[in-house]
Design a protein around this ligand. Structure first.
Ligand code: UD1
Ligand code: CA
Length: 479
């Protein structure tokens, strides 16, 4: 489920003598998104659409990916340049946008002659690498291979016209006659073609058609004229060829993507209370006998060990939850760059908040309304109610009372608190850092601790309780 599978350089050219170069069309405006963000940068599972396409190219072990930009080109190029990867990434600009054929023409100067070119669209994010691999195999370095699909409503798409079994042309909807419009097999927008043939055919395109555009799909008729075989691979899976033009379609594909991930998890043995109420925006790895209740969101890289249970309505980002730990409902874990680790058998929540650098040992308990940031809690430590531990080192079996906090910030610097093993901190205490509580020490409830407490001692720092006998409460004055 990783967006980027690592590329093994030893197997870098899996396509025999034909390296693969991917061309991604991403110049279109996406008017129907009604957004300032270029369409291909709209996010699916928190990742820009075009980045999904690049991840697929990466899985294909393509030699290069050429992204054709136009609308929002600066933004699209900056976003993609920032993500890196092992793939050679090239950008070409298409200005103005005169059609898909014109788009691919812009890539010609940066495409080798020796490769197979796979044409993809930056707004079609969920094509599987296996499907493209099969299309490349069908192309076999010599044929034109088209990915097609039967659609119940083919309106708007290019129709695949056949004589007998053989594909003879693709006719765009606006150019199609009434009989051609009854054809339900449409061109998906995805093809594989030898680069040398593609270049030859692109040079022959014209815009004498209903839309006055240079149609990439006209290469089909040139292939037929040149005696090159045109082969169609039909997919049954509409999700793989679905493009995004509107927020509704974006949301629909998001659900399709999430369903795909949920199914993969369940096939691996994970028990989901409801696969329709799970969102993975990154990479979730699970051990055996993991259970996830409804409405949980996983972001970044999350690892759940064997027998981990995640309660309803949790958000977990960039963290590792070790075997047997229980994350109770409404817990928010955000590991950020430092990560969060929850040790074996720990109990977290409900309503707990773990922030970057929280490192919790085995059997730690973090209860409701407890926040932990950049702190290490050793095995068996507990903070069960209404507490804050920031920049603290907490020893084994420490009990941190309700309402107690580390005052770790003096307005300028972050300072550390050290709480050694077996310390008991009472309720409603303020530990003013830097401060150390020695092993086995006790802090009386309501204390503000500014000095180190020696091992084994009781530290109390609060006003002494006094009594005024027979105290008469004020009475209401007569009016
Ligand atoms: C195209 C195909 C059609 C197919 C359909 C599948 C052509 C002529 N037609 O339709 O047969 O059924 O895809 O969705 O190819 N783009 C550019 N520059 C341009 C025009 C488009 O980069 O000048 C990009 C768009 O941003 C988009 C992709 O190419 O990512 C497809 O463009 P779109 O207008 O959606 O496809 P159609 O031409 O309508
Ligand atoms: Ca168009």
């Amino acid at each position: 489920m990783s967006l980027f599978q690592p590329t093994d350089p030893a197997t870098h050219n899996p396509h025999g003598q034909h390296p693969v170069d991917v061309v991604i069309m991403a110049a279109g405006k996406g008017t129907r998104m009604k957004s300032r963000l270029p369409k291909v940068l709209q996010r699916l599972a928190h990742v820009p659409l075009v980045q999904h396409v690049l991840a697929t190219a990466q899985q294909l072990q393509a030699r290069s990916a050429v992204v054709i930009t136009g609308h929002g080109a600066d933004q699209v190029e900056a976003a993609l340049a920032a993500i890196g990867g092992t793939l050679a990434l090239k950008f070409v600009r298409q200005e103005p946008q005169l059609g898909t054929g014109h788009a691919v023409q812009q890539a010609v100067p940066v495409l080798g002659d020796d490769g197979v070119v796979v044409v993809l669209s930056g707004d079609v994010p969920l094509t599987l690498a296996d499907t493209l691999q099969a299309l490349i195999a069908l192309c076999d370095g010599q044929h034109l291979a088209l990915l097609t699909i039967d659609l119940p409503d083919p309106t708007g798409y290019g129709r695949v016209v056949r004589t007998g079994d053989a594909v003879t042309t693709i006719v765009e909807h606006k150019d199609a006659n009434a009989r051609q419009r009854t054809i339900t097999e449409i061109y998906s927008g995805i093809l594989a073609v030898p680069a040398a043939l593609l270049k030859r055919w692109l040079a022959r395109l014209d815009n004498q058609n209903a839309q006055g555009e240079y149609y990439l799909t006209d290469i089909v008729k040139f292939a037929v004229q040149d005696g090159v075989r045109v082969l169609a691979q039909k997919t049954e899976d509409a999700v793989q060829v679905a493009g995004i033009n509107s927020p509704v379609q974006l949301a629909e594909l998001e659900r399709a993507y999430q369903r795909r991930q949920a199914l993969a998890l369940m096939e691996a043995g994970v028990r989901l209370a409801d696969p329709a109420r799970l969102d993975i925006r990154g990479h979730l790895r699970c051990g055996m006998d993991v259970e996830i209740d409804v409405n949980c969101i996983f972001e970044g890289a999350v690892t759940l060990g064997d027998n981990v249970t995640i309660g309803a309505h949790c958000v977990l980002a960039d963290c590792t939850i070790e075997a047997g730990a229980v994350i109770h409902p409404f817990t928010h874990i955000d590991g950020g760059a430092q990560g969060v680790r929850v040790g074996e058998g720990a109990l977290i929540g409900p309503f707990a908040r773990l922030r970057p650098g929280a490192q919790l040992g085995a059997g730690v308990h973090i209860g409701n309304f407890v926040e932990v940031k950049n702190s290490t809690l050793a095995a068996g430590a507990k903070a069960n109610h209404l507490a804050y531990l920031g920049d603290a080192t907490v020893g084994e079996r420490v009990n941190f009372g309700a309402g107690s906090i580390t005052a770790n910030y003096d307005g300028a610097n972050k300072l550390r608190t050290t709480i050694e093993a077996d310390v008991h901190v009472g309720s409603n205490c303020v530990l003013v850092a830097p401060v150390t509580l020695g092993a086995g020490a006790t802090v009386g409830g309501g204390s503000t601790i500014t000095k180190d407490v020696p091992s084994g001692a009781l530290g109390v720092a609060r006003g002494k309780q006094t009594h005024l006998a027979n105290w008469a409460r004020p009475a209401k004055k007569p009016t």
